[in-house]
Design a protein around this ligand. Sequence first.
Ligand code: HEC
Ligand code: HEC
Length: 348
Amino acid sequence: MPGTLKLKIALLLLIATFSAIAAPRGDVLYEKNCGACHGLDGSGGVGIPLSLPSFQASVDDNFLFSTIRHGRPGRVMPAFKALGDAQVNAIVRHIRSLAPGIKPVTFDNKKVISGNVTNGKKLYSENCAQCHGANGEGGHGTGVTFSRPRDLPIIAPALNNGGFLAAASDEMIRHTITHGRRGTPMQAFGRKGQNEAEINDIVTYIRSFEHAKHWEPIAVDEATISMESSYSLEETIDNLHRAAIGKNFKIIRTQNLEDGMFPEEEQSKHSVIVYFCNFSFVNRAINIDPRVGLFLPCRITVSERDGIVTLTSINPRYLSRFYNNSELDTACSEMYDIYVDIMEEATL
Ligand code: HEC
Ligand code: HEC
């Protein structure tokens, strides 16, 4: 082989290798960022299904791209701001491959549909509010998991959500109302006798949600709640048991912090964890978001250092920030109040 040809082949191979490295892998990115919630095959989980042909047929790539970028603030679906455009596009292509053969619609994303907002509100409350909420706040719970009301196989997304409103064009919303999504509780209202003008009125009403107050993550800085006790370690633990039981919790167990880490005789006896639980609260929390299992059951650590006894727990309000779930924020704020009450009672 002549030298120049060898060089050309080597160069081509090099370019091929580089472009293989440079082109983002949609399947890998999807698996890493989306699979845990939407399922590797797109059949849903904490997230709603993405592989349904009726869903894929009714959204354009712009909607998918923009949904990934903006997320759904306060509705579990994160905003993927750190991914580059090429990576987001690769994920969009991968989502399309989950429903092969489906030809997506195209929308005029700039087209403004204007109808009668008052009539839209009336039609919305008669036809949509039972699933999407009185003010478009969406169904309770998450996706298609056990954390949702049993009457619907798929949770109804929030329509008053800034992320949804940024991603959805008026034409996309009209198309979804008219055609519904086969295989989901979302019916085709075009076939239910709603005429085009009425559907336009509903679109106009949904668009008016843009002026509603939008969700903000809880503003807190402390990752833990901490209080000093004026009692001895043993007394404080007793007080803590009593305070937790007084708040309708069951004590699950009380153990040395170093249990299992070091042999019994080498364990410090100066740090103890008390685990407690209220089953109806746990049920409620899991019905909001199955991922809360990570910080349940409730636990408070009692430690003694230089004669000072301190109680410490995680701050549920701090943790809630990472879940992007407005319903969970409410439950975690309640949990925060309970922790503070119990700790105050055990230390005062
Ligand atoms: C922590 C869980 C979670 C992760 C991670 C997640 N999603 Fe979601 N996603 C959701 C939930 C929940 C919804 C429904 C929001 C609602 O109920 O309002 C949703 C909604 C969506 C929608 C709108 C579906 C529709 O019917 O309009 C798309 C598209 C979507 N997600 C794509 C993705 C992609 C792509 C990724 C990864 C880059 C991803 N999601 C990561 C939970 C998640
Ligand atoms: C029986 C419950 C139910 C009713 C009633 C209902 N929807 Fe839905 N809707 C759903 C569910 C569930 C989905 C998600 C479907 C999916 O998984 O793709 C949905 C999806 C949507 C979407 C797409 C949201 C997104 O994130 O992509 C829009 C827009 C919508 N509905 C509007 C309406 C309007 C307007 C009405 C009243 C005319 C209505 N829906 C009535 C359950 C319902």
